[in-house]
Design a protein around this ligand. Structure first.
Ligand code: NAD
Length: 330
């Protein structure tokens, strides 16, 4: 099995090379280029390509991959909203992913964002380094005995619910399917969750029905002084409406690991460039907002699990076995 690995970062190569030693039948070529239609043609002669959340695995790319003879798309991530699965299926290309490499990695990052934004750790870090030990603007709120609203209680949402429970919070949730393991969680409607939560953490996938679920209307239903955290996908939140809500002092704090404009930025060093759009810059201008660059997954444990599952997926494909990690049209 020959795999062409797109958008390689040093940490990807390190963790995949360490694991690949246990898979002698797999040969991996690492490319720094991102996967877009124009680079897809480099996959000629490869059985599979390995892509990530920032890759363009849309119709055009899949057409090129199909013409190159690629039979397998290995997503080294859980989400697959950037993959045209229907097109891949029509072309006879299988898509596989890593559904649950380390839910705790993302959930712990969600709580880190919630705490950092709420306690203004980002401001304190800079201020103290400047020998400014004043506390103006630093006042936070306790989480203890407050209500945490978890939207989507799958693997990551369940881990976040457990963390919030551990903080002594009252945990409520909204999901289409209730998770019976979460016996300390009260399931409510989305409107009830919006109205009752002091902290709202988003953990449902991005789909047509969840696109822009946080918008002017849903923000209006939230408590004043709410804390919002999004570690799921940027498209869940309508950024312009979020900015409007922040300006109207609706939010005590906002922590975003994902945001709508991230695609052009994510995992790149753009510190020498002039930003072409102002949406991210506007978000960063608010003292109660923290943004990280889609790093919820980024722990040693998670990368280890990602490389192992991705290589297992590749092996299972060659043997014609199912792993449960196949992405299929419903
Ligand atoms: P999961 O499939 O285990 O859980 C998703 C949950 O959302 C399920 O319980 C599902 O029933 C629920 N859901 C579906 N539609 C819903 C709706 N309309 N309203 C409310 N809930 C709904 O997925 P997971 O592993 O917990 O991951 C959740 C999301 O986290 C992924 O879709 C991905 O976008 C994101 N993610 C982010 C990072 C990161 O680095 N920031 C890493 C991994 C995953």
């Amino acid at each position: 099995m020959k795999i062409l690995f797109y958008d390689t970062k040093s940490y990807d190569k390190e963790s995949f090379e360490a694991k690949a030693k246990d898979y002698p039948d797999i040969q991996i070529e690492y490319l720094k280029s991102e996967l877009v239609p124009s680079t897809a043609k480099l996959a000629k002669g490869y059985d599979a390509i390995c892509a990530f959340v920032s890759s363009d695995v849309g119709t055009e790319t899949i057409d090129v991959l199909s013409a190159c003879g690629v039979k397998l798309i290995l997503m080294r991530c859980a989400g697959f909203n950037n993959v045209d699965v229907e097109k891949a299926t029509a072309c006879g290309i299988k898509v596989m992913r890593v559904p649950g490499y380390s839910p705790e990695a993302v959930a712990e990052h969600a709580m880190a964002l919630a705490l950092a934004a709420t306690r203004r750790i980002h401001k304190a870090y800079v201020r103290v380094r400047e020998n400014d030990f004043s506390l103006g603007g630093m006042q936070g709120v306790n989480f203890y005995r407050k209500t945490a609203g978890i939207v989507g209680t799958g693997k990551i949402g369940a881990a976040m619910a457990r963390i919030c429970h551990g903080f002594g919070m009252n945990v409520i949730a909204y999901d289409k399917y209730q998770n019976p393991a979460l016996d300390f969680v009260k399931y409510v409607s989305l409107d009830e969750l919006l109205a009752q939560s002091d902290l709202i953490s988003l953990h449902c996938p991005l789909m047509d029905e969840t696109y822009h679920m946080i918008n002017r209307e849903s923000i209006r239903k939230m408590k004043d002084g709410v804390i919002l955290v999004n570690t799921s996908r940027g498209g869940l939140v309508k950024t312009e409406d979020l900015i409007e809500g922040i300006r109207a002092r609706k939010f005590f704090a906002v922590g975003l690991d994902v945001y709508e404009e991230e695609k052009k930025n994510v995992f790149e060093d753009r510190s020498d460039e002039i930003m072409e759009t102002s949406v991210t810059a506007r978000l960063l201008s608010f003292p109660n907002v923290i943004i990280t660059s889609h790093q919820g997954f980024f722990t040693y444990e998670a990368l280890d699990a990602i490389s192992e599952t991705t290589l297992n997926n590749a092996m299972a494909f060659t043997k014609g076995e199912r792993t449960g990690n196949e992405v299929e049209i419903e």
